[in-house]
Design a protein around this ligand. Structure first.
Ligand SMILES: [Zn+2]
Length: 374
């Protein structure tokens, strides 16, 4: 185990798993052991109001008991710290909200059986206290990747293209970081839950993918805060599990006021080192060449892709294959704590979920039976 204090105590990046810990054994789970017992807790009962409210959203959208059971099994087996979704009291400013203490990375809901898979070479735990920024396009301070190390990030999901991305990652026994859009999370909660179940890190990317620089200018800071917080609440509620205090600004436009806000909320901001421009490149081969070319030049980096883009979902197996051929190793970023959402924005998201009923947590098959015909 390697511990590396990057600077001034503001952030500590700890390597919690070596390549050996992630070595792939057929039919067995691959994940590092929890660092210590203090970080391990069994799932908490959903007794608080916020989590009950979450269930109204999440279970209404869940695709049946199987999904719920799988989620529960994942959470229990993964020893994830499931914390009540306590929000900051309304009387306090949102900057008072604190993130929850450490959670070990969740265990994937699949066994990695590819003996030639890349596998995760290193896991770094990120302390988001004070809202550090990552990605050399905008932030220079915390450059934690070593030569030929790559962190994979995917924006704008969950979307019907996301499962292909998940499959490509699973085939190579890899984990990545996802920045879903709040609205998309409400459209495709089942897909978001697949991302969570596979053990990837999930942050957020605003409610509606608004350009926050423009929002601050046109409508003021409160409107931009609402975009950030409502997006985070939606992803947290629909995920049905803790998410990371990780955020990416749409279009990588970073209004300084919102960086300060995120700093006070102890949410880390992720820009990028390598922008794939996969929203412009339409051919998988071209996208692969472009990414590998940029990486060979830079030598390492956080790569920004979109699970929302069809071309990426198609190209990812070849991109990963080329990364492997070119000697790149994959680093998985995990948060030290989990995100605590704010009650007023949880409520706003719940209002979007039209007229929930007490039966929303039942699987459709248990409510509606075909009794005639096919
Ligand atoms: Zn985006």
């Amino acid at each position: 185990m390697r511990r590396q204090v990057i600077t001034g105590g503001a952030i500590v990046v700890i390597s919690v798993a070596s390549a050996a810990a992630y070595s792939i054994v057929q039919g067995k789970w691959f994940h590092p052991a929890p660092q210590n017992a203090a970080q391990v807790a069994l799932p908490a009962a959903n007794t608080d109001g916020a989590d009950t409210a979450r269930q109204v959203v999440a279970q209404g959208a869940a695709d049946g008991d199987a999904t719920t059971a799988a989620q529960q099994q994942t959470a229990t087996a993964a020893q994830v710290v499931v914390v009540p979704n306590q929000a900051a009291p309304q009387s306090q400013p949102p900057t008072q909200a604190q993130n929850q203490p450490a959670a070990s990375p969740p265990k994937p809901a699949y066994a990695c059986t590819n003996p030639n898979a890349m596998g995760v070479s290193r896991v770094v735990e990120i302390d988001t206290t004070g809202g550090p920024g990552f990605g050399s396009q905008h932030f220079k301070t915390f450059d934690f990747l070593r030569d030929h190390e790559v962190a994979l990030t995917f924006d704008d999901g969950p979307w019907p293209t996301t499962p292909l991305v998940l499959k490509a990652l699973a085939d190579q026994c890899l984990r990545a970081t996802f920045f879903p859009i709040g609205k998309h999370a409400t459209y495709h909660p089942d897909i978001l839950r697949q991302v969570i179940a596979a053990g990837h890190t999930v942050g957020s990317h605003t409610w509606s993918h608004a350009d926050l620089e423009a929002v601050v200018k046109k409508s003021g800071q409160d409107a931009a805060i609402e975009e950030i917080e409502k997006g985070a609440s939606a992803v947290r509620l629909e995920a049905g599990a803790p998410i990371a205090p990780f955020f990416r600004f749409p279009d990588l436009r970073h209004p300084p006021e919102m960086l300060t806000y995120l700093g006070n909320r102890n949410i880390a901001t992720f820009s990028t080192d390598i922008d794939s421009f996969d929203f412009k490149i339409k051919k998988p081969e071209e996208l692969t060449r472009s990414i590998i070319g940029k990486l060979n030049k830079a030598g390492k980096g956080i790569i920004l892709m979109h699970d929302f883009q069809k071309v990426t979902s198609i190209a990812l197996p070849q991109i990963l294959g080329e990364l492997q051929k070119n000697g790149f190793k994959i680093v998985h970023m995990v948060p030290k704590g989990t995100l605590t959402t704010l009650a007023q924005y949880d409520e706003e998201v719940l209002k979007e979920n039209k007229l929930p009923t007490l039966s929303d947590n039942k699987a459709v098959e248990s409510v509606v039976h075909t009794i005639s015909g096919q």
